[in-house]
Design a protein around this ligand. Structure first.
Ligand code: GUN
Length: 284
């Protein structure tokens, strides 16, 4: 079997054009949507991700307001920028790019973001809303994965999804989302990590497998149920080359599979824009 390619570029472009229309409507009402980004340090991949977010903003007419702080910035200085963005009416939503340097307390920083401006959906209030099924911003990568599956009509409702990884930005919120009663969810979900017994056997049970462990080539063809949908969401870097958690050989067994580049990434970025415009609409 050669898997159907789960392209994220085309559905993300469709989402961006819908967002551009919403941004124009707001502009006609006198509101310029503003997305703030805070980058700490000069970490290569993070700087590139933030630059791509700015390019996406420019394409849909969202103004980006950027703060680049040195890697040795104090936690108090970082928190003062967060407080400034919280108070700035031009910043409708913003994010602090993760990971932060080890000396900074990531949780303290995430708690400090105004939940109404939390474009990442990572504030405890928004994660709590996700648990309760009470709306609020949904983390961008999980939301993007769902949109990607929906765009390609991959069955999810009532299916068994195996999520590999339990991190804050992907695995944990994705499992919450997939078990919710939202359309396109209602799945049976198993969350595993690289330390569980019989990891291969658990992964082999998945009708849909989402790899979000950040370990290159973790998922190989022998671990996949023939015909399953396989999503590579975890990434790692070898120099400037982006590596997927999913080995290319999986395409011979899977029914659907994301490409190494142009699968989940563009969808994540599109959902960030969607959360930003939603925050601006809600603020009115
Ligand atoms: N770094 C990797 N993923 C994310 C994310 O979803 N949000 C932020 N702020 N930083 C990230």
């Amino acid at each position: 079997m050669t898997a159907i390619r789960l392209d994220g570029e085309a559905p993300a472009a469709r989402i961006r054009s819908e967002i551009a229309e919403r941004v124009t409507r707001l502009r006609n009402d006198g509101v310029t949507v503003g997305l703030g980004t805070i980058l700490v340090g000069g970490d290569g991949p993070s700087a590139r991700y933030v630059a791509m977010k700015h390019a996406d903003c420019a394409e849909v007419g969202i103004e980006s307001i950027h703060e680049h702080l040195p890697g040795w910035v104090s936690e108090e200085e970082l928190l003062s920028v967060v407080a400034r963005f919280n108070a700035d009416p031009k910043v409708h939503a913003f994010l602090v790019q993760l990971p932060l340097p080890a000396a900074l307390d990531e949780q303290r920083v995430l708690f400090a973001v105004d939940p109404d401006k939390d474009v990442d959906g990572l504030h405890p209030v928004n994660l709590g809303r996700l648990v309760m099924g009470a709306g609020g911003a949904v983390p961008c990568t999980p939301a993007g994965i769902l949109e990607l599956l929906r765009a390609h009509e991959v069955p999810v409702e009532g299916k068994h999804v195996v999520v590999i990884g339990r991190g804050l930005t992907i695995g944990r919120p994705l499992a919450l989302l997939l078990t919710s009663k939202r359309p396109g969810c209602n799945a049976a979900v198993t969350v595993v990590h690289t330390g569980v017994e019989d990891l291969d056997g658990l992964i082999r049970q998945g009708d849909v497998v989402v790899a979000a462990a950040g370990r290159a080539g973790l998922v190989s063809a022998d671990m996949i149920k023939p015909g399953a949908a396989v999503i590579g969401a975890g990434t790692s870097w070898e120099g400037r080359r982006l590596l997927s958690d999913v080995d290319e050989s999986v395409a011979d067994v899977a029914g659907w599979m994301t490409p190494r580049i142009g699968g989940v990434g563009p969808m994540t970025r599109a959902m960030l824009l969607a959360n930003a415009v939603q925050a601006a609409e809600s603020a009115r």
